[in-house]
Ligand binder design. Structure first.
Ligand SMILES: NC(=O)c1ccc[n+]([C@@H]2O[C@H](COP(=O)([O-])OP(=O)(O)OC[C@H]3O[C@@H](n4cnc5c(N)ncnc54)[C@H](OP(=O)(O)O)[C@@H]3O)[C@@H](O)[C@H]2O)c1
Length: 432
C-alpha cells in the first residue's frame, strides 16, 4: 500500500517483550516538546519492575512530518488524522495544546473505547467533564494528571480518596516563571528586569511572557483546578488578576523584614454562591509552605471537610517530568483496576466569582520623609484602615500591614489618602 504523502513510514524495530511484561501500543497525538519526551522516555519504562509494561510507540500525528525531532521516530508519523485514527493503540497520548482538533480526536478515540491521556490544560478546563462522561459510557478512561501542575502529581492521590480529600479551598503557586523571578529578586536583591532576563536565558519564559507575568496563565490554571475539584466552571476573565511587574528588590526586602516573602499566588475558596478567588502576588509568612517554594517550583495546599492543609510541591512543568506523569497515567489507563479518573465528577454550573476579604500589605510612598509608625497608624485609621505592622522606613517609602478589609473599601481609602495627603499606595494581598 502506498503511504499517504503526509505520512512517514519506518520499519518497526521494537524487540519482543520480556515474559510477564505487557506491551502497550501508544499513539502520540502531537510530537512537540512533551510528545518527544514521551517518545524518549517510553523505551525506558520497561526497567520499572512495578509498571510491568513495555511501551511501543506505534504512531504519531503531527502538523509537519519533515520537522526534525529529538526522539526515536515512531514507525508511522502522519499529518492525516484519519490515517492516525486507523492505527491500533492501547492508549493514545494527546499533547496538541489547543482545544481543537484535540477535542474531536479525543472524543472519537474515547467513543471507540480507547483510553486517552492528555496534558492539555485548555481541553480539560473546557471539556473535561463531558469527555470523562463519554469515557465512562464507553467503559474506558480519560486521564489528565499532566494537565494541572504536571510536575506535582496530586490528582491521582485525590482520586484515590475522593471523599476524604473533598477540596473546599486551595492556595497555590502555579506559575513557575513568576515564582522564579520573585525568588531571584528575593535572593539576589536584583532588579525585576535582571531577574526576567535570567528567566529568559534559562528558557523559562514563553515567547509572550505577559501570560506569565500578568497572571493570565495562573488564572487559567485556577479555572482548571476549580473544574478538576468538581466545583464547576469558572471564567478566568471573571477572576481578580494582578501581575508581578510592579515588584522590586526593596519590596522583597521589606517583606522579609516583616517576617515573610512575596509569592505569585492563586487562592480560591468554595462558597454557597460560587467561589471567592484571586490571582496575584501575595505576602506569605515564612512558616507558610508556599514561602519555601524556591526557584521555579510550584506547589498547592488544600483543605476540605475532613483534611486540612495537605501540601504537594515539585517542578511545575518541563517536558521530562510531564512525560513521566503521562506515562504513569498511561499505565493506569490500561490497567484494569482503576478505570475512571477522579476527581472531575459531573458538568457543573458556571460559578459566580467574588474577590475575597483578606489582610493586605501596602507599599506607601509619602510626599516627604515617612512618618513614624504611630503617625502612620493614625493617618490610616483616619480613612478606616487598621495598620497591624510596618517595616523600617526606607526614605519616603514604608510597607504597612493592614487588617482584613474588602478590596473596594481598601481601594477607596487609599484613593482618599492620595487625594488628601498625596500619599501614593500599592497594595498586595496578605495571607495568614
Ligand atoms: N511543555 C511543557 O513543559 C508542558 C507541561 C505540561 C503540560 N503541557 C501541555 O502539553 C501540551 C503540549 O505542549 P508542548 O510544549 O509539547 O507543545 P508543542 O511543542 O507546541 O507541541 C505540539 C505538538 O502537537 C502537534 N500539533 C498541534 N496541532 C496539531 C494539529 N492541528 N494537527 C496535527 N498536529 C498538531 C504539533 O505538530 P508539529 O510538531 O508538526 O508542529 C506538535 O508536535 C500543551 O497542552 C501544554 O499546555 C506542556
Amino acid at each position: 500500500m502506498l503511504a499517504d504523502p503526509g505520512t512517514l513510514e519506518r520499519s518497526d524495530l521494537v524487540a519482543a517483550p520480556a515474559s510477564g511484561t505487557r506491551t502497550v501500543r501508544i499513539g502520540l497525538a502531537g510530537l512537540g516538546n512533551v510528545g518527544q519526551a514521551v517518545a524518549r522516555l517510553a523505551p525506558e519504562a520497561a526497567r520499572l519492575a512495578t509498571a510491568a509494561v513495555r511501551f511501543r510507540v506505534a504512531g504519531a500525528l503531527v502538523r509537519d512530518v519533515s520537522r526534525q525531532r529529538r526522539c526515536p521516530l515512531p514507525p508511522r508519523v502522519t499529518t492525516n488524522p484519519e490515517a492516525f485514527l486507523r492505527g491500533h493503540y492501547d492508549v493514545v497520548i494527546e499533547t496538541f495544546g489547543a482545544i481543537e482538533p484535540a477535542r474531536t480526536i479525543v472524543a472519537r478515540l474515547l467513543g471507540r473505547g480507547i483510553p486517552v491521556v492528555t496534558a492539555n490544560k485548555s481541553l480539560v478546563a473546557a471539556h473535561g467533564a463531558e469527555l470523562v462522561a463519554l469515557a465512562a459510557r464507553r467503559g474506558t478512561t480519560l486521564r489528565y494528571e499532566a494537565s494541572a501542575l504536571a510536575g506535582v502529581p496530586f490528582l491521582g492521590a485525590l482520586g484515590e480518596r475522593p471523599y476524604v480529600a473533598e477540596v473546599a479551598r486551595f492556595v497555590a503557586v502555579v506559575n513557575g516563571t513568576s515564582n522564579f523571578i520573585l525568588s531571584t529578586i528575593a535572593r539576589e536583591q536584583c532588579s525585576f528586569a535582571d531577574a526576567l532576563a535570567r528567566a529568559e536565558q534559562l528558557g523559562l519564559t514563553e515567547p509572550d511572557a505577559s501570560r506569565d507575568l500578568d497572571g493570565l496563565d495562573a488564572a487559567d490554571k485556577l479555572a482548571l483546578l476549580a473544574s478538576l475539584f468538581g466545583w464547576g466552571s469558572a471564567a478566568p476573565a471573571d477572576v481578580e488578576v494582578r501581575g508581578i511587574r510592579e515588584l522590586g528588590a526593596d519590596d522583597l526586602a521589606a517583606a522579609r523584614q516583616l517576617g515573610g516573602t512575596i509569592k505569585p499566588v492563586v487562592w480560591a475558596s468554595r462558597t454557597e454562591a460560587g467561589i471567592d478567588a484571586f490571582v496575584g502576588p501575595a505576602f506569605v509568612e515564612l512558616h507558610h509552605p508556599l514561602a519555601a517554594l524556591a526557584g521555579a517550583l510550584s506547589g498547592i495546599q488544600f483543605s476540605g471537610r475532613y483534611v486540612t492543609d495537605l501540601f504537594f510541591s515539585g517542578p511545575g512543568a518541563g517536558p521530562d517530568i510531564t512525560a513521566a506523569t503521562i506515562l504513569d497515567d498511561a499505565v493506569e489507563a490500561v490497567s484494569s483496576t482503576r478505570r475512571f479518573a477522579k476527581p472531575i465528577r459531573k458538568a457543573a454550573p458556571r460559578l459566580a466569582l467574588t474577590a475575597p476579604e483578606t489582610e493586605w500589605l501596602v507599599r506607601v510612598r509619602f510626599p516627604g520623609v515617612a512618618p513614624d509608625e504611630t503617625a502612620a497608624h493614625t493617618l490610616f485609621a483616619g480613612v478606616g484602615l487598621a495598620v497591624t505592622g510596618a517595616n523600617d522606613t526606607q526614605g519616603a517609602v514604608r510597607w504597612l500591614r493592614i487588617a482584613r478589609t474588602p478590596r473596594a473599601r481598601l481601594t477607596g481609602a487609599l484613593r482618599q489618602l492620595l487625594h488628601t495627603h498625596r500619599v501614593d499606595c500599592y497594595a498586595i494581598r496578605s495571607l495568614r
